[in-house]
Every structure is written in C-alpha cells, then in structure tokens.
Design a binder for this molecule. Structure first.
Ligand code: AHG
Ligand code: MN
Ligand code: MN
Length: 294
C-alpha cells in the first residue's frame, strides 16, 4: 500500500499555506542535516568551533551549520517574521511584515554528534508577530526530527501527534494519533547530578526506583522524549547546583516538546506549574522540566 507523504498529510490537515510552506522548508533542511550527519565523519565536519553560544555551550561545527541552513531555508518565505534559535543571541528578524516566528534547537544532543549517536532538530511555529516571548500554548505547530537508525519526524498541528519516517527523500506517514502509554518501564534523568537535586526531585527519583523502573538516558532531549512518547515513563531535567533554573531552554527546546507531549495525552510540568502556561522573560530562559503520562 502506498504511504501518505508529509506533503499530502499537510494538504489534508491545514488550509494555512504559509504554515505548510514553513513546515516543508524546515523538514527539507532536516533531510539535509540527516545526510550531513550520515557523512560527517568522512567530511571532517565533526568537532567544535571556537564559539560559545548564549547558554554557555561550545558550538559544534554541525550546530552552526544546521542553524545556518535553517535560517537560509526561511529567508525566502515572506510570512516568516523572526527566527529564535539556540545558536543565535537575539531574535533574527527575517521579514518585518511577516507574522510567523520559528523557534528552533537546530541540533539537539551536541555531545552525541562526534560518536555517531542520536541527535535531533526541534522546532515550534507561532503566528505571534513581534511577540517572541510567548507561552508554549500559543505554538501553532511543534515538531522534532530524530536522527537515529531511522530519521523520524514527529509533528503536531494542534490536533494529535503524527510521525513520519524518511525514505528515499520523502517523509512517509507511519503513525497517527500517538498516545503515550499509561505505564512505562523506564525513567530518564541525568542521575549523576542527583546529589544536587531538590527534595521533590529526589522523592520522584526514589519513587521511580521503588516502582522498579530502569534508567535510560541518552543526553539528547529528542531521543529521551521519543522513548517517553512511544514507551511511556518519565523524562526530567530538574534544578541542580550548576543549573539552578534547570538546563533546558523553554522557548525552543521545552515548549515544542511540551506541546507534543500534551497532544499525546501526557503532562509537562515545571516547578508545579503547567509548562505551556509560562510566559518567558528572556529568549534563552531555562526552566526545570518533567515530562510524563501522569
Ligand atoms: P544541546 O545539544 O542542544 O545543547 O542540548 C543538550 C541538552 C539536551 O539535549 C539534553 O537533554 C541535555 O542537554 C543533557 O544535559 P546533561 O549533559 O547535563 O545531562
Ligand atoms: Mn538541545
Ligand atoms: Mn542544540
């Protein structure tokens, strides 16, 4: 049976042609990134640059490349207002008159790049004009692409979650209405930092262990959240001594993932508050986060 392509899916799921154009552009770039990752060890584009981004991370060559490719792909779309990216200090205004803002972590899982391991691209799209500091509930679209043994796109247009596998240059629909399973065998957290966790996070950790859950942690949010989406369980990045407000960035890492998790029937909470309701006060703001079914 022939499978539905991403473009066919978009045709039947949204009438907003600008949104469609933005999603198609972003996913075309993800195809390029997937190919780049596949051949990076041959092309010597692994390794770090001399630059440090706003969050204090050393930019990898592939972080910068992915960011530049995303920016370039959006340049020609007049409806795009600005790009908010992990790798850019400020909102990059592409078209004053455009209304759509794109939030992205161009390459998530930097520490996995050089070891041929799982990475991802995260994106959110909101029709919010000159307002960039919006709560995640205002995202019209959220998605991520997982670069792993298969390249997979997970997408929500605000009406359930679908996923697509890249095959011969096309993203093909493989799952619709993804719902996080009620229970899961795994918990996922950087447990090496547990001595720095607050009491609530320590209690959660103890409870998960008491329930007999096993630990899985990849160091790439996209990959750890993909497990939660398909297998249930919990992924969290709490406050620690080195990151007193959490490490993960609200606008372009957490919010798109939180939107997907909620659309899949799960919960995203930050310090007792529904994450999608938080209005950020700065572009690269971080918050503690936990993602789970219940
Ligand atoms: P990025 O590679 O985009 O900077 O993101 C890394 C993030 C996230 O993907 C992951 O969940 C987390 O950092 C891992 O942090 P620790 O190394 O502190 O566990
Ligand atoms: Mn990231
Ligand atoms: Mn990144």
């Amino acid at each position: 049976m022939t499978k539905t392509t991403l473009k066919q899916f978009l045709q039947s799921h949204t009438k907003d042609t600008s949104l469609t154009q933005i999603i198609v552009s972003l996913t075309e770039v993800c195809k390029e990134i997937a190919e780049q990752l596949r051949t990076a060890p041959l092309d010597s584009i692994h390794g770090a640059t001399q630059n440090i981004n706003t969050s204090g991370d050393i930019q990898q060559k592939l972080d910068v490349l992915a960011n530049d490719q995303i920016r370039k792909s959006l340049e020609s779309i007049q409806e795009v207002h600005a790009l908010v990216s992990e790798e850019l200090p400020d909102a990059d205004i592409l078209h004053e008159a455009g209304e759509y803002n794109i939030y992205t972590d161009p390459l998530d899982g930097s520490s996995n790049i050089d070891i041929n391991w799982t990475t991802g691209t995260i994106f959110g799209i909101a029709k919010s004009g000159t307002e960039y500091l919006i709560p995640g509930e205002r995202l019209d679209v959220a998605g991520y692409v997982l670069y792993s043994s298969a390249c997979e796109l997970v997408l929500t247009l605000g009406n359930g979650v679908a996923s697509f596998i890249l095959d011969k240059g096309e993203f093909l629909l493989t799952r619709t209405n993804i719902l996080i399973p009620e229970d899961g065998r795994y918990y996922s957290v950087n447990e090496s930092k547990s001595a720095d966790f607050d009491d609530k996070s320590l209690a959660l950790l103890a409870q998960l262990k008491a329930e007999g859950k096993s630990l899985r942690y990849s160091g790439a949010l996209v990959s750890d959240i993909h497990r939660v989406l398909l297998k249930g369980g919990v992924h969290f990045y709490p406050r620690t001594k080195s990151h007193p407000e959490g490490k993960l960035r609200l606008l372009y890492e957490i919010n798109p993932i939180a939107k997907i998790v909620e659309e899949a029937g799960g919960r995203a909470y930050s310090a007792g508050k529904r994450t999608l309701l938080i209005t950020p006060t700065k572009l690269h703001e971080t918050v503690p986060i936990s993602f789970s079914k219940r």
